[in-house]
Write a protein that binds this ligand. Structure first.
Ligand code: SAM
Length: 310
């Protein structure tokens, strides 16, 4: 099977034979997942893509060079990170528009997931540039796969806010009937676990996945009541990288459907906050979650049309 790069080169060659001045053909943007620790997790296709593209867009060019050096890959690289995303994306779009192929990579895992990259990808779509994912490692999915919560869906909530008050508020909307996946920094993990016990109760199960795919990897599934003890059992337990997977809450999916219905009816004649307040009293669901749902649904509910009077 010929690689897409071979195809592209052949197409360009054919065009050059038939058109004296061929029009610029847009390049392809490859979104490439890289290892989250164990360098052996780079897929053969990811490495082939990195080897073949004209240009690499890296969150940190030095980090990516470690992976490239291991596989003897040398490609021109530019930085695209949270602080230069707009300017770097504009330059990369220009290169793509001229027909150059670009591979977008971050320091670890899948670009665009709690990582930069979405802006470039969005702009590439708008500019009619082909976007090709090259899937691979992702910390959230790796942790979820090792968590063992049987559920037909999960919520990925990324990083919670760093400030304690905002974090506690965010947690109120995460008491859900499905597993919830969180990323957390090592210096905050203990505090977050304390907040989780307060918000969700000591019985709720949690999976703490630290240092996935690395030498000191640990995956522990335990009730929230024991999480702080587990984290403090060894000095190194609060070091490294963490994914937390919360087990599903006791609220059933049917309860949510019923709450949605109650909200929908109330929103026909009440404001979002008033509808959420009453729906919480009727259904016993958390008011904050209902308010969020009400605000999201407000636009979908047809305005009340006054009845004609004769
Ligand atoms: N885009 C990445 C992905 O696909 O997983 C996530 C990037 S985010 C900036 C980094 C966070 O992901 C870390 O703070 C940690 O919560 C989680 N993470 C990344 N690598 C990990 C690992 N090896 N073990 C556990 N968590 C990890």
């Amino acid at each position: 099977m010929r690689s897409p790069f071979a195809l592209r080169l052949t197409d360009q060659h054919n065009r050059a034979l038939t058109h004296p001045t061929p029009p610029a053909v847009p390049g392809t943007l490859y979104v490439v997942a890289t290892p989250i620790g164990n360098l052996a997790d780079a897929s053969a296709r990811a490495l082939e893509t990195l080897r073949q593209v004209d240009l690499l867009a890296c969150e940190d060019t030095r980090t990516t060079r470690t992976l490239l050096a291991r596989h003897g890959i040398e490609r021109p690289a530019v930085a695209l990170h949270a602080h230069n995303e707009r300017a770097a994306s504009a330059k990369l779009l220009a290169a793509l528009g001229e027909g150059r192929s670009v591979a977008l990579v971050t320091d670890a895992g899948t670009p665009g997931i709690s990582d930069p990259g979405a802006l470039l990808v969005e702009q590439a779509h708008r500019a009619g540039i082909r976007v090709v994912p090259v899937p691979g490692p992702n910390a959230a999915v790796a942790a979820y796969s090792a968590a063992g919560f049987a559920a037909d869906r999960f919520v990925f909530a990324g990083f919670l806010p760093a400030k304690a008050a905002a974090r506690r508020k965010a947690l109120q909307s995460l008491d859900l009937p499905w597993p919830v996946i969180l990323y957390e920094a090592p210096h905050r993990v203990l505090e977050t676990v304390d907040d989780l016990v307060r918000q969700l109760g000591a019985e709720r199960e949690i999976v703490i996945a630290r240092e996935l795919t690395k030498k000191f990897e640990e995956v522990a599934r335990l009730p929230l009541a024991q999480a702080a003890v587990w984290l403090q059992a060894h000095a190194h337990r609060q070091q490294g990288e963490f994914v937390l997977v919360l087990g599903p809450g006791l609220v059933k999916e049917g309860d949510i459907a019923q709450a949605e219905h109650v909200l929908e009816v109330l929103l026909e004649s009440l404001s979002a906050s008033e509808a959420a307040r009453l729906a919480a009293r009727i259904t016993g669901m958390p008011r904050n979650a209902l308010y969020k749902l009400a605000v999201e649904n407000r636009g979908k509910i047809p305005p009340v049309t006054p009845r004609r009077t004769r």
